[in-house]
Ligand binder design. Structure first.
Ligand SMILES: *Cc1c(COP(=O)(O)O)cnc(C)c1O
Length: 497
């Protein structure tokens, strides 16, 4: 311990205690955090402490007030949004990196695993060998990085280095109505403007319509607008639909526009032989993203961008040399792990300091193997299909969209013809209150549906049955209750992340 009293070791003891508290959390016996928020707010808040209590006491307070009042996300029955609790090996490897390799750069074993894990994932998900990756904090930043490369490439054709000189031309990014809103934010950050993102129409299954895309492109090119990227989504956030990659990719080729594939959620779906054919055309992509913190069960904070040429990223995001950075250690020959940054990932995105994320993905893959990940993906997709079948066979439920991946959109219709949207909103409210099976809701057309996304490593077949039964029983109860009162207001659970 140093003079400021910060414990800088003693991990086996502190981790022993925290491990017990975390295992206890994972029994999910505690009430939801909102049930006793005034108690833990009082215990954790209060005045700024001028004198420290020491690490052991902090760990003890975390065990009493912090950890037990965490999130429902790791629960087996939590199927909201597209978000998962970390598996143990993922959480442990984050800790290992935090202690032993605080930065991804340097010629360390951690740095080595940045590239190894990127290569393993590329191979696993069927990307072309030439695709090279870079980690970032998640799908939103991964999309930003990919579209940064797209913008660079579009302006290179005009003889302009847009990263240096800025974006001057009115531009267009084509993404479907169902694309993720991080595409719009990326367009804003890149100086193209949110309004440069054109919402291309979709078919009844939520897949981008190639004919509509072509019509937009023709019109815009005629009007002198600069097409920057066509964005296809494999596994959209709302329903899990997969855009027709081959057709869209061929249009991109024909018009010489960058083809970006957002696979934040759904890229691992390629491992399922039942849907693999829907990924035909992935090889046409100029960039692809995936979120290991979704289907791979990594702790949140890990996204990946793959591009066909990382030097484009370097042109788009280079930060220029700094004399205190790379080279500062070199005094003739490489002898120390700090003599070089290794592959300059810091030049391929928007982060300089960044944790070792590759080691986490390496550990996740090493633990269960490619086949383990495949069986998780297949199991989750099968769960959505099983639920869909149960819904089809039930007289008071309606399957609103057949699942493509692991999302199932259905609703309780009952036998009356009242306000079905409102009924399902109220069913969802009770589900959330009960806290066992916690799906999202969303809108498919104008129909409000219950929307589980099966993606957590802890989520098993019995959660399908549990959710199905609970929706039926709540629906039956609410629709037979006499004085059904309307529930007004926004549904705050309806939005996806
Ligand atoms: C989740 C998701 C994102 C955003 O990823 P974050 O990791 O939450 O930033 C982007 N695109 C799609 C299709 C997603 O499902």
């Amino acid at each position: 311990m140093n003079s400021e009293q910060a414990e800088c070791g003693n991990l086996s003891r502190l981790l022993g205690q925290m491990g017990k508290d975390l295992d206890e959390y994972l029994r999910f016996d505690h009430p939801d955090a909102m049930a006793n928020s005034s108690r833990w707010k009082a215990a954790l808040g209060g005045a700024l402490p001028q004198h420290g209590v020491g690490a052991e006491q902090v760990v003890s307070e975390m065990g009493s007030y912090l950890i037990p009042n965490g999130s429902v996300i790791p629960k087996p029955g939590c199927t909201s949004f597209i978000t998962t609790g970390a598996t143990s090996i993922g959480a442990l490897t984050v800790l290992a990196g935090a202690v032993a390799a605080p930065q991804r750069f340097g010629l360390t074993a951690f740095n080595y695993l940045e590239e190894i894990s990127l290569e393993w994932m590329a191979e696993l998900f069927g990307l072309r060998r030439t695709m090279k990756g870079v980690y970032s904090s998640g799908g939103s930043v991964a999309n930003l990085i990919a579209l940064g490369a797209a913008r660079q490439a579009a302006y290179v054709k005009l003889g302009i280095d847009v990263a240096r000189d800025g974006a001057h031309r009115p531009s267009r990014i084509y993404a479907s109505e169902e694309s993720h809103h991080s595409i719009h934010r990326a367009a804003a950050v890149l100086g193209l403007g949110r309004s440069s993102v054109i919402a291309v129409g979709v078919d009844d299954d939520g897949r981008m319509c190639p004919v509509a895309l072509k019509a937009c492109l023709r019109k815009d090119i005629k009007n002198g607008l600069l097409p920057v990227a066509i964005v296809a989504t494999v596994g959209n956030t709302n329903t899990g639909a997969i855009d027709p990659l081959r057709e869209l990719g061929e249009i991109a080729r024909q018009y010489k526009v960058w083809f970006h594939v957002d696979g934040a959620y759904g890229l691992p779906g390629i491992l399922d032989p039942e849907v693999k054919h829907l990924y035909d055309g992935l090889s046409l992509a100029d960039s692809v993203i995936v979120d290991p913190h979704k289907w791979l069960g990594a702790p949140v904070g890990i996204g990946v961008t793959y591009v066909r040429d990382r030097s484009l990223l370097q042109n788009a995001f280079s930060q220029g040399p700094a004399s205190y950075l790379e080279g500062a250690f070199i005094h003739g020959g490489i002898a120390n792990s700090m003599d070089s940054f290794g592959i300059p990932y810091n030049e391929f995105g928007v982060e300089l300091s960044a944790p070792s994320r590759g080691a986490v993905v390496w550990a996740l893959i090493k633990e269960v193997g490619g086949e383990g990940i495949r069986s998780r993906v297949c199991r989750h997709n099968m769960m959505a299909k099983t639920l869909a079948q149960k819904v089809r066979e039930h007289p008071r439920l309606e399957l609103v969209l057949a699942p493509t991946l692991s999302i199932c959109c259905f609703r309780y219709v009952g036998s009356n013809s009242g306000d079905v949207n409102n009924l399902n909103r109220r069913i969802h409210e009770v589900l959330v209150k009960n806290g066992v099976n916690v799906p999202s809701t969303t809108l498919v057309g104008d129909r409000l549906v219950i929307r589980p996304c099966f993606i957590g490593a802890r989520t098993e077949e019995r959660q399908v049955d549990g959710l199905f039964r609970e929706v039926v029983s709540i629906g039956d109860r609410l629709s037979s209750a006499k004085n059904c009162t309307e529930v007004n207001g926004e549904n705050r659970y309806g939005q996806e992340i």
